[in-house]
Design a protein around this ligand. Structure first.
Ligand code: IMP
Length: 428
């Protein structure tokens, strides 16, 4: 039996190919909902032969029969949102009729972007390799209770008092700590009033929308951004993003009950990639890593930075499955491994008991990964959409991933378009 709702999330460091899968599964849902992150995400999909890169809009946006929801856990750059709407509208047609945004979303402000950039280039802070889009500082404001939320931009009086408090804090920081120019209050205020004007027709109580849809037996698909290893609580801290991108963030970010999620599909690449700084135990140094990166087109969809490549890390994936009730896996980009003589899967981090698992607060820099090796397959798998047509050795790889991770592989993706998808579990 199909679950009431479903979630599609990355289990690695992002860029697993979630966008394509959400677009593919949107036919089976009545709405898709982004619940965390912001325009740091880069979800690539192919619609009618055209490549689209979405940063803020849910990847269901081209589906005329599905609503697209943005929950309160998302931080919104109004400029980026409307630039994206303008770019995608000719293909998606009628976006403004289908898009609903929670008024509780935090707005990314000019001072968030400036602070993100100043911190990343300052020698006094650890360089994280952020997308420089103000995501971290916007979440900092949210938890320190001084965020400007969309709702605050609808009343000038309310905005004035909140902005005075917040901007005086930032201007002190810019001037006294960083030795930079202060931002002009009226300029920032006018921008915010404009944000309010533009966003107000799109506002809706997203939490209640989900509840009402579910009451009518309609399905919602929750779309994660980034990946579980970038989750601020479950990832490789401090080299993480500022939100809960694992399933744990769905309930708070979308506004549904934790038991309402139903089926959780963890998207994993057949290898791993990471963009930005931070440990990566299975990183492949040298020409093989470069070859995989080239074949896989491993360049950041948001920042254009090269992605580092490594072997599939079953230790971290197993840990994320264990702590996030992941139902099944979707394995993407398996075709990138076509033609390799041998393929490795990391199944352990060290002989030393204390370093064996992907444990809380574990220092990943000094682990010594152990691997199993699977024979590669010379035949191409790109574009195959029937599991029976898969080369036996590629099947062995898929089955080994399922075995070491302890959950089934329900979907395999063999290329960027919808046709290159194998739906193993028809019940999704
Ligand atoms: P931030 O999210 O811009 O604060 O960046 C924090 C870290 O998350 C950096 O290492 C980024 O490269 C990484 N990151 C943020 N968004 C994505 C994404 O969508 N895919 C992959 N990495 C991301």
């Amino acid at each position: 039996m199909k679950a009431k709702n479903l979630a599609v999330l990355g289990l690695q460091w992002g860029d697993e190919g979630k966008g394509k899968i959400v677009n593919f599964l949107s036919d089976r849902a009545d709405a898709a909902c982004r619940y965390q992150g912001g325009h740091n995400a880069g979800h690539t999909l192919i619609v009618e032969g055209k490549k689209l890169v979405l940063h803020l809009l849910p990847s269901s946006i081209c589906h005329q029969n599905a609503s697209s929801l943005i929950g309160k856990g998302v931080v919104i750059s109004c400029e980026a949102l409307f630039a994206e709407i303008e770019e995608i509208e000719p293909i998606a047609n009628g976006i403004l009729d289908r898009l609903k945004i929670s008024p509780a979303c935090t707005l990314i402000q000019p001072y968030h972007i400036l602070l993100d950039q100043l911190k990343e280039k300052s020698n006094s802070f650890t360089t994280i390799g952020t997308t420089l889009r103000g995501i971290g500082p916007a979440y900092e404001d949210k938890v320190s209770r001084k965020a400007i939320r969309i709702i605050d931009t609808l009343s000038e009086t309310k905005l004035n008092s909140k902005l005075e408090e917040t901007l005086s804090f930032y201007n002190f920081l810019f001037k006294e700590y960083f030795g930079e120019k202060e931002l002009d209050f009226n300029e920032v205020k006018d921008k915010n009033l404009e944000y309010g004007n533009k966003l107000s027709p799109l506002l809706a109580d997203v939490s209640n929308e989900i509840f009402t849809m579910n009451k009518k037996n309609k399905r919602v698909l929750f779309e994660g951004a980034q990946g579980a290893l970038l989750d601020v609580d479950q990832g490789t801290y401090p080299f993480v993003t500022a939100s809960n991108c694992s399933p744990a963030g769905i309930a708070s970010g979308a506004g549904c009950g934790p038991l309402d999620v139903g089926y959780i599909l963890g998207v994993v690449k057949a290898y791993v990639t990471r963009v930005g700084e931070g440990p990566m135990p299975t990183e492949i140094e040298g020409s093989l890593g470069e070859e995989i990166a080239k074949k896989g087109g491993e360049v950041g969809a948001t920042t254009g930075r090269p992605r580092r490549c490594g072997w599939f890390d079953a230790v971290s994936v197993k840990r994320i499955i264990q702590s996030n009730s992941v139902s099944a896996l979707c394995l993407t980009k398996i075709d990138v491994l076509d033609g390799l003589e041998n393929i490795k899967i990391c199944t352990g981090y060290d002989e030393d008991e204390s370093k064996k698992a992907f444990a809380e607060c574990m220092e990943l820099e000094d682990v010594n990964p152990s691997y199993i090796e699977i024979e590669g397959w010379p035949e191409p798998t790109a574009g195959i959409n029937n599991y029976d047509d898969f080369p036996q050795k590629a099947k062995n790889f898929v089955e080994k991933i399922a075995e070491v991770c302890g959950v089934p592989v329900d979907i395999i993706s063999t290329g960027p378009d919808d046709a290159s998808t194998i739906l193993i579990n028809q019940e999704i």
